[in-house]
Design a protein around this ligand. Structure first.
Ligand code: UGA
Length: 437
């Protein structure tokens, strides 16, 4: 089977490499010439564990190719995936201009049947719009070529993307024709044969499923953060409450960790886009709006704890920030809680020294010379009046606290991920989320 995947960003590259690994002939398409030339040589533009190995292996096997020209591969493939970016616009809605550009490019060069599948996260109703655009382009060319559209949202987590693809909880496929169903069944046969679930449904429900899944997960996090803040006020411990409620099988124990807020390119954008879609239909999703509001507030709690601890006397203080990416296993800093914290610290006149095992280059791109960059966690805390633990990288798990106590100015650790405990930290003042100190 031959397919094309348009958009060699995170979703497109992971999907393209994984389909190739499953035996499909894949051509990845992107308008960025430098990126495509790099990929042909095995240079991977994003950080994702094992993706480099998978891409190099499948380039060698001849099943993974790269091009900048979408028209070049259209005559040869049965399915085209649209996996281009949908960045957020100022009003919170998704910018679909790249998605529609791809639809126009397909319509203007299509010569035979193809199934056009949306993988990017797009608002409900986008597949219908894509269908309209392709049909319009074909009509302009005076052609009557059959084609189908489908929706196949992705549920990959950054840092675990390859496993998530190969061993999915489920694959969701939205279709509206038998031919599309047949093609998608053929494509996902290796997944079906390994007994993973592929759920077929109508296109609108598939589009909605993606937003509902992310919004539900984000809701769990904001809910737990709200509970954590109340735990602090009443004197309870959110870690105990999590264990207490997570053992109810209806609730389940995953995704219940309170912290300094969720970030990344998905939850914040998708939660806001869902509220925006509801607004377009004259409906207000109060729960979803609150999820976003609670998260924005939560990203400030580390700074508030620091400021409260020093009774507002924070100007000129030196601080260390451990962890910059929005979560471990990635260099992605989009909407990262570390950025909210650092902005507040800089605004308050603190000097900030940062360290992250993977995201230092990305941090320099975003923060430039407004902060200092350390070589490791110990170098980061020299003379510090506070250490902030923001991203729970494994290498931060067991530091040598004796060294840290010696080199800091004031031994204060503010833990945004509740990874340590005050028992481990004799002689260091420890503040965390959802438990009174
Ligand atoms: C998320 C979803 O988990 C994927 O299923 C989905 O495919 C993806 O968005 C997407 O739409 O593309 P991702 O953004 O990579 O994946 O990251 P997650 O591992 O879900 O973490 C998101 C944020 O939630 C992180 O900032 C993390 O620190 C935070 N989080 C997670 C918590 O604060 N508490 C938790 O219990 C779990």
């Amino acid at each position: 089977m031959k397919i094309a995947v348009v958009g060699s960003g995170y979703v497109g590259l992971v999907s393209g490499a994984c389909f190739a690994e499953l035996g499909v002939d894949v051509t990845c398409v992107d308008v960025d010439r430098a990126k495509i030339e790099g990929l042909k040589e095995g240079v991977i533009p994003i950080y994702e564990p094992n993706l480099d190995v998978l891409i190099t292996k499948n380039i060698r096997s001849g099943r993974l190719k790269f091009t900048t020209d979408i028209a070049e591969c259209l005559d040869d493939v049965e399915i085209v995936f649209n996996a281009v970016g949908t960045p957020p616009k100022k009003d919170g809605s998704a910018d679909l201009s790249y998605v529609y550009q791809v639809a126009r490019a397909i319509g203007s060069s299509l010569n035979r049947y193809v199934l056009v599948v949306t993988k990017s996260t797009v608002p409900v109703g986008t597949a219908a719009k894509i269908k309209e655009i392709i049909a319009g382009e074909l009509a302009e060319r005076g052609l009557d070529i059959e084609f189908d559209v489908a929706s196949n949202p992705e549920f990959l987590k950054e840092g675990d993307a390859i496993d998530d693809f190969m061993k999915p909880d489920r694959v969701v496929v939205g279709v509206d024709s038998d031919r599309a169903t047949e093609l998608m069944t053929k494509l996902y046969k290796p997944i079906l044969l390994s007994n993973f679930r592929v759920i077929f449904m109508d296109i609108l429900s598939a589009e909605m499923t993606k937003y509902a899944a992310n919004a539900m997960l984000a809701t769990r996090i904001s809910f737990m953060n709200d509970i954590a803040n109340l735990c602090e006020l009443v004197g309870a411990d959110v870690a105990m409450v999590r264990r207490g409620i997570g053992s109810d099988s209806r609730i389940g124990n995953k995704f219940l960790y309170a912290g300094c807020g969720y970030g990344g390119s998905c939850f914040p954008k998708d939660v806001r886009a869902l509220a925006q879609t509801a607004g377009q239909y004259g409906y207000s999703m109060s729960v979803i709006e609150a999820v976003n509001m609670v998260n924005e507030r939560q990203k400030n709690v580390l700074f508030e704890k620091f400021s409260d601890h020093y009774k507002g006397e924070i100007q000129g203080r030196k601080v260390a920030v451990w962890g910059l990416s929005f979560k471990p296993g990635t260099d992605d800093m989009r909407e990262a809680p570390s950025l909210t914290l650092i902005e507040s610290l800089l605004e308050a006149g603190c000097s900030v020294r940062v360290y992250d095992p993977v995201a230092m280059k990305e941090a320099e791109r975003i923060l430039g010379n407004r902060v200092d960059y350390a070589d490791d966690i110990y170098d980061c805390v020299l003379d510090a009046d506070a250490i902030f633990h923001v991203t729970e990288w494994k290498e931060f798990r067991f530091p040598n606290w004796e060294i840290i106590k010696k080199v800091v100015n004031i031994p204060l650790l503010i833990d945004g991920r509740n990874v340590y405990s005050s028992q481990d930290l004799v002689g260091i003042k420890y503040l965390c989320i959802g438990k009174r100190d």
